[in-house]
Design a protein around this ligand. Structure first.
Ligand code: ADP
Ligand code: MG
Length: 285
């Protein structure tokens, strides 16, 4: 569901091939760079890098070699790092601004897909819910978001239903730590181990849903398979490598994301997936 808090960007296209960013909040410092040499720094998730994600995504989609320069001023009211997806609001707004300044058009669905992909340049392995609802929300209805292909269907809420969105006042900067990505990686590792144990081509499999589809089983049956295949104790990197028949180096470079390659990124150096996968699947039942 859409909420009132938002990110607005005022943009002036300019002939200088430079993108200049300013923010009404003085905590976010000014930034400028050549518009045709965009580099997103994932090791330092400073605010302007989120803007550059959206900009780069649109540039790449259209193969723009000489985009227009822009002077931008951003004003945002979403509490940052609070789980309300201020990062996606910023990426989406930047994508829209770049599109408009370059005189291009796209459908909302296409733009949502581009911004979903391009937010990953910041280093978080996010899904596409946040970017999709940013573009596809409509007044007076909730939306069911589904992927492959992306679609949003109106959902009528029971009359009298109330949703409370509360600020827990706990902040988590998703791109600055591995907490976010580690759960994505644990689901990816679980997918690969399940695939291997069922004789599927595990190297190509990324999502639990892919395993379900390939095996042609129901979600309920998947829960049973997960119960059977995984032991409840956490898995060490070595155990995963033995199961998959790969080296630790291959695990790090070919499966894990950049900020989860170090065994220390998990709180205890091991991967916990049985509970996580069961929880995730039960939520979909
Ligand atoms: P969220 O749950 O809000 O998406 P993230 O940790 O993914 O949290 O992203 C938060 C980051 O987004 C902030 O650290 C900041 O870099 C950027 N951001 C959010 N709101 C603003 C804003 N108004 N102006 C500039 N950058 C912002
Ligand atoms: Mg975010």
């Amino acid at each position: 569901m859409a909420i009132e808090q938002d990110i607005l960007i005022a943009v002036e296209p300019v002939n200088t091939q430079v993108v200049q960013l300013a923010n009404t909040n003085p905590l976010y410092l000014d930034f400028s760079t050549s518009v045709n040499n965009i580099h997103v720094n994932k090791t330092k998730p400073v605010w302007h890098n989120y803007f550059l994600c959206g900009l780069k995504g649109v540039q790449e989609h259209f193969g723009l070699n000489s985009s227009t320069g822009m002077n931008c001023l951003l004003d945002g009211t979403i509490p940052p790092s609070s789980g309300l997806s201020s990062s996606s609001a910023l990426v989406c707004c930047a994508g829209l601004v770049t599109l408009t300044a370059n005189g291009k058009t796209l459908s909302k669905v296409e733009l949502a897909e581009i911004c979903t992909k391009s937010e990953r340049y910041i280093g978080t392995e996010g899904g596409g819910m946040d970017q999709s609802i940013s573009f596809l929300a409509e007044e007076g209805t909730a939306k069911l978001i589904e992927f492959s292909p992306l679609r949003a269907t109106d959902v009528r809420l029971p009359s009298g239903a109330a949703f409370v969105i509360a600020n827990s006042c706990v902040e988590m900067n998703k791109a600055a730590t591995s907490h976010y990505n580690i759960r994505v990686m644990e689901c990816r590792l679980a997918t690969k181990l399940l695939s291997k144990s069922k004789g599927l081509e595990w190297k190509k499999m990324l999502k639990l849903q892919d395993v379900e589809a390939k095996l042609g089983v129901s979600l309920k049956e998947m829960l049973t398979i997960v119960e059977e295949v995984f032991h409840p104790e956490p898995y060490s990197g070595e155990e995963i490598c033995t199961c998959l028949g790969i080296s630790l180096e291959e695990l790090r470079t070919q499966i894990l994301s950049q900020n989860t390659q170090d065994g220390e990124c998990t709180s205890d150096g091991v991967f916990h997936f049985k509970k996580l996968v069961l929880c995730k699947m039960s939520m979909c039942l």
